[in-house]
Design a protein around this ligand. Sequence first.
Ligand SMILES: NC(=O)C1=CN([C@@H]2O[C@H](COP(=O)(O)OP(=O)(O)OC[C@H]3O[C@@H](n4cnc5c(N)ncnc54)[C@H](O)[C@@H]3O)[C@@H](O)[C@H]2O)C=CC1
Ligand SMILES: O=P(O)(O)OC[C@H]1O[C@](O)(CO)[C@@H](O)[C@@H]1O
Length: 379
Amino acid sequence: MKQAVHFGAGNIGRGFIGALFSNSGYHVTFVDIADQIINQLNEQKSYQVILATDQQETTTINHVSGLNNMTQEQEVIEVITNATYLTTAIGPNILPRIAPLIARGILERVYQTDEPLYVIACENQIGATNILKEHIFDNLDEDTKERLAGKVFFFNSAVDRIVPIQKNNTSLDVLVEPYYEWVVETEAVIPHVEGMTTVKELAPFIERKLFTVNTGHAVIAYLGYLNGKSTIDKTLADEAIVNQVEATLKETGDYLVKQYGLDKEEHGKYIQKIIDRFKNSHLNDGVTRVGRAPIRKLGPEDRLVRPATEAQKAGLPYTNLAKAIAAALLFDYQEDEEAVKLQTMIKESGIAKVLSEVSNLPEESEITQEIMKQYDALK
Ligand SMILES: NC(=O)C1=CN([C@@H]2O[C@H](COP(=O)(O)OP(=O)(O)OC[C@H]3O[C@@H](n4cnc5c(N)ncnc54)[C@H](O)[C@@H]3O)[C@@H](O)[C@H]2O)C=CC1
Ligand SMILES: O=P(O)(O)OC[C@H]1O[C@](O)(CO)[C@@H](O)[C@@H]1O
């Protein structure tokens, strides 16, 4: 049986990427640090993916097993030597931590076989696979790096499927939205995976997705949180917030249309389709999950700051994006490590300094001034 090794047996791992591999005839070895999930995978050897619809259609995912990357390093190295695909959905901040073990697997592999290995990071981050590749290369000697040519391929990708935190965290089963899209950047003909699309140039796809799905989601999450709402769908019952989301996505949309020559009307329909996906009440998707890790989300290349800086460069409006950034700065959820850290930073240094450190926005910049204005208004 063909082998896929997937790092991160969480919501996207089990509910999306791992499920596509299994449905395409692969055995999927999930690698994770959560012993409970690993043990259950090895005992049950299957789980269910349940669609968040009235009918709750269910698919059984077979041919799965698990390994712990902290305690079973040798076994992980062995599956890497035998795999066709190596994928991740672990969180962008974790990529540097798993890279040394992946490097050891690749090192072993390239001296054993010429069979190609395809490495794809499935994270909400532009160029995530390139970043993972850099971390892997930091752990390889020059000779091995040269040997990788023609044997190990690194492809960036964009992943789109909403998978909320699961109600029952003692079960492997995963509730997912029906919609999904996995776009991988390559011109090569690669082994077929049902549900994966390949494209020559990923930039328009990942930017369209990140600056519509993820920007829109973030706006709802941060405004919902500030307004005392618990979930995304409940937040969208507030017409004023829907208007704010639409106004923000109009700003990212204007940038995307200008940058990539998208059809304005088509893009407008895409925005509405995304907002409808957010309204799915079966997902029961918490605003604190969608708003999680605000320091990462305020990064210069991420869903809020990058479209604002790009809009400014293009002479387009960005006031609503500035408001979204201000709302993110007010996300003071105590259970989120980054939210707590961000609030401490704001208390110690003030907004302008934090935006310069976290978002790479110069303290005197027009964007920073606009965010500060919006911050004071929201506060
Ligand atoms: N949930 C969603 O709807 C979507 C998530 N994504 C992206 O997918 C990635 C994963 O997100 P989720 O699946 O939602 O998160 P999750 O928290 O459900 O899953 C992450 C998994 O990684 C594991 N993990 C954490 N640190 C680890 C380490 N050092 N070594 C091994 N395993 C480790 C955790 O135990 C967990 O099982 C993120 O980059 C996210 O942005 C992308 C599209 C949709
Ligand atoms: O997974 P992140 O990057 O923390 O952000 C949450 C976002 O990612 C998703 O999980 C999937 O795209 C969305 O639900 C949300 O926009």
